[in-house]
Design a protein around this ligand. Structure first.
Ligand SMILES: N=c1c2ncn([C@@H]3O[C@H](COP(=O)(O)OP(=O)(O)OP(=O)(O)O)[C@@H](O)[C@H]3O)c2ncn1[C@@H]1O[C@H](COP(=O)(O)O)[C@@H](O)[C@H]1O
Length: 105
């Protein structure tokens, strides 16, 4: 498998420039960040339901929708995948439980 989230981010960036009547990406972005956020939320809920039900095929399909709509949402706020990956890389040295315990109360 050579296709990556970075490839999808590049595709989203390319299609953002298309006329909205020819591109779902461009149409979503033309609606502004709140439109992209709302669609991401809908897709996230559909993934939650698929995960709770436990069937693999819908989980894969809904997870794909979530990842694509996440990238569109990030683009709507000019946040890059690199910025998110840097944050994830920063966290690799720390267990999630240790990080939670270290939070100010
Ligand atoms: N990965 C995706 C992708 N995943 C989902 N979608 C679209 O997201 C839209 C919403 O999906 P849903 O079916 O969940 O939602 P809906 O149409 O509102 O239907 P319901 O909620 O009523 O079920 C549909 O038009 C899907 O086709 C995507 N649209 C685009 N991409 C990628 O973006 C590229 C560019 O696409 P365009 O911008 O459309 O050219 C494509 O080549 C793909 O690589």
């Amino acid at each position: 498998m050579s296709f990556s989230l970075a490839d999808l981010e590049a595709r989203v960036a390319e299609r953002a420039k298309a006329p909205p009547e020819q591109s779902w990406t461009a149409r979503l972005l033309a609606g502004g960040p709140s439109r992209a956020a709302k669609k991401f939320g809908e897709e996230a809920v559909e993934l939650v339901i698929a995960l709770a039900e436990g069937e693999k095929e819908p989980i894969v399909a809904e997870a794909a929708d979530v990842l694509y709509h996440l990238l569109v949402g990030l683009r709507s706020r000019d946040v890059t995948l690199d910025e998110v990956m840097l944050e994830l890389e920063r966290r690799t040295g720390l267990s999630g439980l240790a990080e939670k315990a270290a939070r100010p109360r």
